[in-house]
Design a protein around this ligand. Structure first.
Ligand code: ATP
Ligand code: MG
Length: 229
């Protein structure tokens, strides 16, 4: 569904992604992994059209995305939850969700989001900034779902969140992927979470893909070499 080939990205003179290949099959759940600063967020932002591409291709379905406006991603069905869950802190939960829904809001979509995240329904009038970290993450995921994406991209959805909510978010991503067949690409550093949620992994090291396979093949030696700190 998403195919990245030979992707090179630069921040000014700094070559950050080197010939990166990434394949996310329809219905799959791919976990992008690697230590801090290896380029995981850069890769997602590049896919989302938020950073310029030096060379390479990014195809979604049959459409080449390189050189196309960032907004095209949402229209084609790519939902994105950036690192650090950027919700609107001064808007209420309800208003945050409406930003995604736009005009002609779709009640069924909202009900589905409340079914996944009952806490959001209880806190509709609460300001985003007053929610806990875990609740903000749920709101950020909920907002991405208002666009009814076919592919959901999440950047470290469990960063800085209490363990019980981490578990809940893992359950929800699994449910979206396994039961509702939503295709998922996520960045995750927590190994147990990645193993439980991901079907495939792709390991990055200093901007290069160094390994990728089904999750069961993520060996201790790979973990030692590319993930342990
Ligand atoms: N806006 C920027 N300008 C210049 N260099 C940047 C910029 N953003 C990130 N970098 C650099 O690019 C490299 C990759 O950063 P990136 O944020 O993609 O890593 P990451 O794998 O997502 O790390 P983390 O696990 O900490 O989120 C790092 O060396 C970082 O310092
Ligand atoms: Mg990052």
């Amino acid at each position: 569904m998403l195919s990245v080939h030979g992707l090179n990205q630069f921040y000014g003179e700094s070559h950050t992604l080197w010939d990166v290949d990434l394949e996310v099959p329809e219905g799959g759940c791919v976990c992008l992994m690697g230590r801090n600063g290896v380029g995981k967020t850069t890769l997602l932002k590049t896919v989302m059209g938020l950073l310029p591409v030096r060379s390479g291709s990014i195809r979604f379905g049959g459409t080449e995305l390189v050189g196309r406006a960032a907004e095209l991603r949402a229209r084609l069905g790519i939902g994105y939850v950036p690192q650090g869950r950027d919700i609107f802190p001064r808007l209420t939960v309800e208003e945050n969700l409406q930003v995604g829904l736009g005009i002609g809001s779709d009640r069924a979509v909202l009900e589905r989001i409340f079914d996944l995240f009952p806490v959001l329904k209880q806190m509709l009038k609460r300001r985003g900034g007053d929610l806990s970290g875990g609740q903000q993450q749920q709101l950020a995921i909920g907002r991405a779902l208002t666009l009814k994406p076919r592919l959901l991209i999440l950047d470290e959805p469990t960063e800085g969140i209490q363990p019980n909510i981490v578990r809940e978010i893992g359950d929800i991503i699994r449910r979206l992927n396994r039961e509702e067949r939503l295709t998922v690409l996520l960045v995750e550093q927590k190994l147990p979470f990645a193993r439980r949620v991901g079907e495939h992994f792709l390991l990055l090291d200093r901007g290069r893909c160094v390994a990728g396979d089904v999750m069961s093949e993520l060996s201790d030696s790979l973990v030692q070499r590319y993930l342990s700190v």
